[in-house]
Design a protein. Structure first.
Length: 342
């Protein structure tokens, strides 16, 4: 399958789905659907779940060079199923898409890879863990991982070491996304220490910092009236962390959810309404790049600001994704992802 044909196959479901951002609100008929009270099975659940329609392995990192220059890094592998019945070789309905990016204060470097499942070009193996698309690789034992990716104007080679436990969002990993009950299975490893080398047009940079790896799968994660989301992963200087998202609805309201994570990995979930995220400023494309984020239950009232306002992912399904600084009641760094603004 050539690249144009593969891209069409990847995006046909998106074009056909009228419901929700990128079709993620379309009915899940025939696919498995997340259920309350999940029982996770590791290491198997680090691998793929082909009976669910959409799944991702999503890593972001806040990095600093020896001279104090900040950078952001992203590595993502998406799996999408065109049909609920799996098959072998070219008959598989599994399609793969990889996104990689490096963000500086002046530039945002992006690359995308597309692959057909079943022929070895892309996939995920649970034990020993390896996720790959072409020569981009994320592999290890989930306590230590190596991550590589490259694009026309960047490359990176990173080592990651977990310094805390996995954490589970929502109700023990069952993450509700709407008042109608759409949900996903969602867990994270937000405690990675990361170090390695960025290769950029201006030269190589040795960097280190912290990384956050999200795992999520579902078949209908959004309601049909939800048009996009604003997702925050914030790491505070006191060791606490906050994951929060705001799902935009056609009626002008939002559905929110949050997870408070202590330095030793104890979580407290917060349901719709507890988190308040308010745009404060937009860039030239009317995308919010400075936010007020509040979680009153934890005395959080912070300003979240992009280090580069133009961190637009110029990918098949475009979105904004970049590193942020945190100031106010808490200080720190984090990552912000926004969809539905194109």
């Amino acid at each position: 399958m050539n690249v144009k044909a593969l891209l069409l196959a990847l995006l046909l479901p998106v074009a056909a789905f009228a419901q929700g951002f990128a079709g993620l609100g379309t009915d899940a008929e025939g696919f498995s659907v997340p259920q309350p009270n999940p029982q996770f099975d590791f290491p198997a659940d680090h691998g793929a779940h082909p009976d669910y329609r959409i799944e991702w392995w999503y890593l972001t990192a806040n990095l600093t060079a020896e001279d104090g220059t900040p950078y952001g890094l992203q590595w993502t592998l998406f799996r999408s199923a065109l049909a609920p019945e799996d098959g072998d070789g070219w008959s598989t309905p599994q399609l793969w898409m990889g996104h990689a990016a490096v963000t500086t204060q002046e530039n945002h470097y992006v690359s995308e890879r597309l692959a057909r499942g079943g022929i070895g070009q892309a996939g995920v193996v649970a034990d020993p863990f390896e996720a790959w698309i072409d020569d981009w690789v994320l592999a290890g034992d989930w306590n230590t991982l190596r991550m590589t990716a490259s694009g026309p104007d960047f490359a990176y080679d990173m080592a990651l070491t977990a310094q805390g436990p996995l954490v589970f969002h929502g109700d023990a990993g069952y993450s509700v996304k709407s008042a109608a009950g759409q949900a996903s299975y969602y867990y994270s490893q937000p405690f990675f220490a990361i170090e390695g080398t960025l290769q950029l047009p201006q030269g190589d940079a040795a960097v280190r910092g912290n990384a956050w790896l999200d795992r999520e799968w579902s078949s209908q994660p959004l309601a049909e009236n939800q048009t996009g989301w604003d997702w925050f992963s914030l790491s505070f200087d006191d060791g606490n962390k906050l994951m929060g998202f705001r799902l935009q609805q056609t009626d002008g309201n939002n559905f929110t959810s949050a997870t408070w994570i202590t330095p030793d990995g104890v979580t407290t979930p917060y349901t719709d309404g507890a988190l308040v995220a308010t745009p404060l400023a937009v860039n030239d494309d009317d995308v919010p790049v400075r936010w007020r984020v509040e979680l009153a239950a934890r005395d959080v009232d912070v300003t979240v600001a992009a280090i580069n306002e133009d961190a637009w992912m110029t990918t098949s399904v475009p979105y904004w994704e970049g590193p942020v600084t945190v100031s106010g009641s808490h200080t720190g760094t984090g990552y912000l992802e926004m969809t539905g603004y194109e």
